[in-house]
Design a protein around this ligand. Sequence first.
Ligand code: AMP
Length: 416
Amino acid sequence: MTQFRTIKGTHDILPIDTKLWLKIASEIREIMFQYGYAEIRTPAIENTELFIRGIGLDTDIVNKEMFSWTDQGGKALTLKPELTAPVARAYIQHQLGSNNPMHRLCYFDSLFRRERPQKGRQRQFYQFGAEAIGSQHSEQDAEIIAMAFNIYKYYNIKDISIRINSIGSAKERPSYLKLLRDSIANMIQEFCNTCQSRMKNNALRMFDCKNNNCQILLEDNAPYIYDSISTDNRKHFELVLKLLDKMKIPYSHDKKLVRGLDYYSHTTFEITSSSLGAQNALCGGGRYNGLIEKIGGKSTPAVGFAAGFERLLMQINKEKHLDYSPDIYIVTIGTDGSIEASLIAEKLRTECNQTVVIETLRRSMKAQMREANRCSAKYVIILGESELSEKKVVVKKMDSGDQKLIPLDKIINFFS
Ligand code: AMP
């Protein structure tokens, strides 16, 4: 009979991995909470139009990568491919701006993009991230970048680099795009097909092209967007850099960094890791002052970042972070022992906060001790028939081999 398998680009997360997942996810949340961010959760499906209007029709995500369909009621729906537009939609829908001019929101969620799967690139993947909605000022940009950076610093990920740029405001964009198109118009045939079509629809994205020849042509001929932004926008950016300097956050100003989505303006940044291979982006973000208005809200400045969770996991020293070993393994002989073991285990978990695993396969004593060793239990409690008849248990400390006979009613005290 046909065996069902996961859909291409999706993965099961097996119990051997979930412990690490949960630990890291909760540490990341804690870091974001420290900065005053509160978690928001949005549904997996949204109106397709939200992404078309928010991210932009001429982006890879909307053009090629969305899982979209029309439901039985004729509604165009999409599995969310990113989180900024859904968070902005929720911000507008729940009128969050009316009760407080500043909202710091964070998330940890799974996303769907119909990309070509490869190492570090999946069709369902997780992102953590944050959106600071309300402030237009440089210190807010710096806070977002610092928070993202500090997450990688917390995990001691060394080979990372932050590239940062300013792409100015949406108002300034048309005149820059004209300048860009004019500067390369007479050599457009020399660019790759993708760049040729981007030139018409989303010319800024030509800077994202991976083709070496296109990059050389741009470098030799095209003006950088940063060089055309207004004095005020430049000041905004310089203050962001100054704050990063003061916080001792290393970065490089990369005038080629534009980021792919339509909603970005002003500060954009990306964090990459040199040890990740082709898919080297860990995190991307920036300002999106125009998005909320674009999808039906009041004009509200905002800045945020989104980071790939699986890519962070690939960088983490798992050994250091993984401790699967229970505090206690309870070895039992006979039914009475099993019943007593269940009761003691419950008490040790609830009253002493211990991780306790009990034997439920009723294996031989030797096999149970082997299992306790295999899972690196710190202590073993042995509930043998003779000990039980005396209302005592043997507690063995596994690293030293020391063992003690302890009265059953003193076991909680012993582990407290
Ligand atoms: P983006 O929303 O495209 O700016 O992506 C933000 C981060 O999410 C990237 O820097 C990656 O770390 C991660 N990411 C994006 N696409 C994928 C994918 N298909 N599979 C795994 N991680 C991804």
